[in-house]
Design a protein around this ligand. Structure first.
Ligand code: SF4
Ligand code: SF4
Length: 178
């Protein structure tokens, strides 16, 4: 299954909301900053993003430094045990956020599922007041991607990952080691 197909239902829902005026225009990107972002990813999400970054020559030393700075600043490496249980779910400003309106530079087909599912649900009020994830859409996506369970397991083995889900910066740093 392609990265796009894996996310298709989320992207289509996002487009639907945007077409009805429930978009992110005018928002400074609250959900990507430490004010509200605690995004965690699975091995599949991490690998798809790493592949995109490598293909676009973005998986480089500069990114590594930004990831390390994010981990240190928000103490992300101190909040999780073995990746199965989270003791404290820390918030952090995403290392990809470019601090302006519509601030995510990543294409939708490689964004974390949680980022795609979190949307504005009001035409007027933005900046988080009426933004939320639709669990039912996330669940529907999961049901349509049942092979992902085995794939996550395979990727954990292949890249010697010791987590099922972990904050995005920590996940990407593991691929600098492999
Ligand atoms: S989902 Fe909400 S908080 Fe996030 S960028 Fe869009 S309007 Fe802002
Ligand atoms: S990946 Fe993009 S949408 Fe998700 S938190 Fe980072 S900047 Fe925001």
């Amino acid at each position: 299954m392609s990265a796009y197909l894996r996310r298709q239902i989320l992207i289509e829902r996002m487009n639907e909301l945007e077409n009805s005026g429930k978009d992110c225009k005018g928002c400074s990107g609250t959900c990507c900053t430490y004010e509200a972002n605690s995004m965690m990813v699975t091995p599949v999400e991490a690998v798809e993003l790493v592949d995109y970054l490598k293909a676009n020559h973005l998986f480089d030393e500069e990114l590594k430094i930004r990831l390390l700075e994010t981990v240190a600043k928000y103490r992300l490496d101190q909040s999780f045990g073995n990746g199965k249980r989270s003791f404290i779910r820390r918030t952090y400003t995403c290392p990809f956020f470019n601090h302006k309106e519509l601030g995510c530079p990543l294409p939708r087909e490689v964004k974390p599922f949680g980022c795609l599912a979190f949307n504005a649900h009001d035409v007027e009020k933005k900046a988080g007041e009426f933004c939320f994830s639709e669990k039912e859409v996330l669940e529907k996506r999961e049901l349509g991607s049942v092979e992902e369970v085995a794939l996550n397991f395979e990727l954990k083995e292949k890249y010697s990952l010791n987590w099922d889900k972990t904050p995005l910066p920590l996940a990407l740093l593991d691929f600098f080691k492999s």
